[in-house]
Design a protein around this ligand. Structure first.
Ligand code: FE2
Ligand code: FE2
Length: 398
């Protein structure tokens, strides 16, 4: 974007760990209320000491802001504090923007709760020379924004605007805690940020990170990404259907842990002393289901029978699948990177009726195989009939 001399530019600093819908709503509302030409998110650098345990590295936080703003007009992101490194004083950041956009009118956005301590910031008078302050309310922490604003202006000069903007009821802490607890975050962060968080297993418990490290050693990149996204879909589906979301996430993550080919598969089977049955020898794609359950137990230390069974059934399903089995079966077929005809419809169905969605997936697979003159596994029809019958019963009971 080209900047003119008399442009009005908003500067919105923060750690953004992660950026969430509340940040974006604030940015848009302030931009509209003050008639800003553009608004720049400034992502804070990592703290100077190496001890950043528990905090997401700056470049990853920056990436999430970039993803969040991809389709947002007039909102952009700056990495100047990250480039500079260490502690960034607001005054230095504003000096940078003054150099970059000479003549522009800068508005520094801050929470109303920060106004009360503003006079103790580093060089507050200089800040007020470089920019106008635009204060936004934080919901649940209503500060007396007007009197704070006038007391700053009378002691330090400059302009402090008490905007009518009120932050949404979302916080980065809430997002991080929801991810940790395997609760959906789809309403809290933009979709692309949500997928990024899952693909990189941000904010997840340590046990899951250990599982991911093991998977990285065995699976190729795209299979690993599929597994991480299956974990995401499993959380969403399990939550919707009142099942254990933490178990669903773990199961989604490991469901393809034995999805190997050729010599790698052979040696994995040998190592785990796995004997494929006749059926599996004829249909090698089936091997990773039963082998995966075995590997999940012996290599990943998972003993929960519900998880192991769902891994076993995730490829072909079975007539007596439990709702948990169905969630994993569907998460695998419906995760966000999957694309095929009718997927949008089946995804919708999955959030309403698990049986109906499983039946739709199976019918879809049969049609696909037939169109390519590929055989359909005989058990598929038995499973389809049983699940379809159940789906009908579900609907008639509603
Ligand atoms: Fe699989
Ligand atoms: Fe899979």
């Amino acid at each position: 974007m080209m900047y003119n001399m008399d442009m009005k530019i908003g500067i919105y600093g923060g750690t953004f760990d992660p950026i969430h819908n509340g940040h974006i709503a604030i940015a848009k509302a302030v931009k509209a209320e003050l008639g800003l030409d553009s608004l720049i998110f400034v992502v804070a650098a990592d703290p100077p000491h190496k001890d950043i345990s528990g905090r997401t590295p700056a470049l990853i936080r920056l990436k999430m802001v970039e993803l969040a703003l991809e389709d947002e007009d007039g909102l952009s992101v700056s990495d100047i504090e990250i480039q500079r490194g260490g502690v960034s004083y607001t005054v230095e950041t504003l000096e940078c923007f003054t150099r970059l956009h000479p003549g522009a009118e800068l508005y520094f956005i801050l929470g109303a709760d920060m106004l009360s301590s503003f006079s103790s910031w580093y060089k507050p008078d200089k800040i007020l020379e470089l920019a106008k302050l635009a204060a936004v309310q934080r919901r649940g922490q209503m500060a007396d924004i007007d009197s704070l604003a006038s007391s700053i202006m009378s002691t330090l000069g400059g302009t402090v605007i008490a905007t009518g903007v009120c932050g949404e009821n979302v916080s980065s802490t809430e997002v991080r805690e929801s991810v940790r607890d395997a609760l959906p975050i789809s309403g809290l962060v933009p979709y692309q940020v949500e997928l990024f968080i899952y693909k990189n297993l941000l904010y997840a418990p340590e046990e899951l990170k250990t599982v991911k490290t093991l998977l990285e050693e065995r699976l190729d990149e795209s299979r690993l990404e599929h597994s991480l996204l299956t974990a995401r879909e499993a959380v969403m589906l399990a939550y919707k259907h009142g099942l254990n979301t933490q178990k669903a996430r773990l199961c989604g993550l490991v469901h393809d842990c034995a999805k190997l080919r050729g010599p790698a598969l052979e040696s994995y089977m040998k190592r785990l002393a796995f004997k494929p049955n006749k059926d599996e020898r004829q249909n090698t794609y089936m091997i990773h289901a039963r082998l995966g359950a075995l590997a999940a137990e012996s290599e990943y230390g998972i003993t929960d029978p519900e998880i192991l069974n769902a891994i076993k059934l995730h490829t072909l399903g079975s007539p007596d699948m439990t709702p948990f089995d169905e969630v994993i079966f569907l998460a695998d077929k419906l995760e966000p990177s999957r694309e095929y005809r009718r997927i949008a419809h089946i995804r919708e169905l999955a959030y309403e009726n698990l049986d109906a969605a499983v039946a739709a997936v199976i019918r879809n697979n049969i049609a696909y195989n037939r169109s390519r003159k590929m055989p359909v596994h005989p058990s598929t029809f038995e499973t389809l009939n049983a699940i379809e019958l159940r789906a009908k019963t579900d609907t008639s009971n509603e």
